[in-house]
Design a protein around this ligand. Structure first.
Ligand code: ZN
Length: 433
């Protein structure tokens, strides 16, 4: 039945996720009041039982469920405690069966805090909201099976006061207006991990961009000028460079949101990235992150890790994509970035295992740089033609799916297995070829 379900499914984010079922679709119908930070609404989850189910658990933090229905009927019991909504079914469900779980809920959303991971999720800005959920923040705004390997499609609507703009996963249609409220609707038809679901609320205007896919920047009205042109203004060129190297862009649109508040770090969501206004800068240290977040659309969002220990499959690739943009835009070559960062890593402690850095170090800069250096070593070994063919066929084969390091090693072929062993499974820093 569901023994062990409450223990969670991933050692890096304990107590989240339930392996006994999966979710194929989330339909979220929400309303938000910025004054008072009130969120209320309903979630309808289409689920599949992975084993015979007598009960199931959803993740939901700081929000109160008032009504639960399973296949339209009241369950035997539900309890919400310590971030888990546990539902005891009125009658067991057979393995492989489909079921719907409806939850009506409300409350004052705030980020989910974990000791070694910090805060993530729904967070109030000075005037608006950012949702940045990697890796454990999704339950701050909707009941979910919070596992990175459980990808689903989404329909999301959010009603807010009419003066606010909302950005979300997928293209925004025209909002419908009712009195002083506007309702924004988003559809994400490509499978998406829970942590990549987002809503962004602010007093924003939209800059459409003329790129190879529908692209826009959503920002406060006063954001613009030479610093904007030199960074976000180059996104269409960046997109073209990445499409050439990684293959077709995996989603139907790309949105960059620039919040009025400064942010410590930018963050990727599916088909959307979020930056603080402090990232509007002609400086390479900022522009590289505009490139980094865009590259996550292929590596992290379309092709997603099955376990958080394989975070280098996201961050190593996105970091290497920074160097590729540097090369494509006529700044330093990837080889020059590799040499510089190899020297820096060589001067740091070599006590990190790229294949399993541990939850405390999963976002350590060494994971990013060592992952990028692995890819540069692979490129040097096999040559540009085979290297970029490998990247494009990797995305094409796994788009919409979940992967492990072993999958990538197998994808690249037995003749380079020694390279992966040295970079992934040994702590000592290998020499650059
Ligand atoms: Zn990243």
């Amino acid at each position: 039945m569901t023994a062990g379900a409450s223990a969670g499914t991933d050692a890096y984010v304990p107590d989240h996720g339930d392996a006994s079922f999966s979710v194929t679709h989330y339909a979220l119908d929400l309303a938000y009041r910025p004054s008072g930070n009130g969120l209320s609404g309903t979630a309808m989850l289409t689920c599949r039982a992975e084993e015979e189910l007598g009960s199931l658990s959803l993740d939901l933090h700081h929000l109160t469920p008032s009504k639960v229905r399973v296949d339209g009927r009241a369950p035997a019991k539900f309890t919400a405690r310590r971030g888990r909504l546990r539902i005891t079914l009125a009658r067991p469900v057979a393995a492989g069966a489909e079921l719907t779980v409806f939850v009506k809920y409300a409350g004052n959303p705030r980020p989910v805090r974990k000791r070694h991971l910090g805060e993530a999720g729904w967070e109030e800005l000075t005037d608006g909201v950012i949702v940045a959920s990697q890796p454990h923040g999704a339950p701050s705004w909707f009941p979910c099976n919070d596992r990175p390997d459980d990808k689903a499609t989404y329909d999301v609507s959010l009603s807010v006061p009419a003066e606010y703009h909302v950005a979300g996963n997928g293209p925004a249609g025209r909002p419908s207006r009712s009195g002083a409220t506007r309702t924004w609707r988003f559809a994400m038809d490509e499978p998406m991990a829970t942590y990549l679901a987002t809503l962004q609320v602010g007093r924003y205007v939209v800059h459409e961009q003329d790129g190879p896919v529908p692209m826009s920047v959503v920002a406060p009205a006063d954001v613009g000028g030479p610093d904007f042109d030199a960074s976000f203004g180059r996104q269409p060129e960046m997109m073209a460079a990445y499409v050439e190297r990684f293959g077709a862009y995996p989603f139907s649109s790309y949105t960059s949101v620039i919040t009025d508040d400064d942010l410590e770090i930018p963050l990727e969501s599916q088909s959307l990235s979020t930056f603080g206004r402090n990232f509007v800068s002609a400086d390479w240290s900022r522009e590289r992150l505009v490139a980094h977040e865009m590259a996550h659309q292929w590596f992290g969002n379309a092709v997603t890790l099955r376990h958080w220990r394989d975070i280098w499959l996201h961050e190593g690739f996105a970091c290497y994509a920074e160097w590729l943009w540097s090369e494509a835009s006529g700044r330093g070559t990837a080889a020059s970035h590799a040499a510089e960062h190899h020297a820096r890593l060589a001067a740091q402690p070599q006590d990190l295992l790229l294949a399993d850095p541990g939850p405390d170090l999963m976002f350590d800069d060494r994971v990013y740089k060592r992952g990028a250096l692995l890819l540069h070593s692979l490129r040097t070994r096999v040559g540009d033609q085979r290297f970029f063919d490998l990247l494009r066929s990797w995305v094409a084969a796994h788009r919409g799916g979940s992967v492990t390091s072993d999958d990538f090693v197998a994808h690249c072929g037995g003749d380079v297995a020694d390279l992966f062993d040295a970079w992934l499974r040994q702590e000592a820093l290998p020499a650059l070829p």
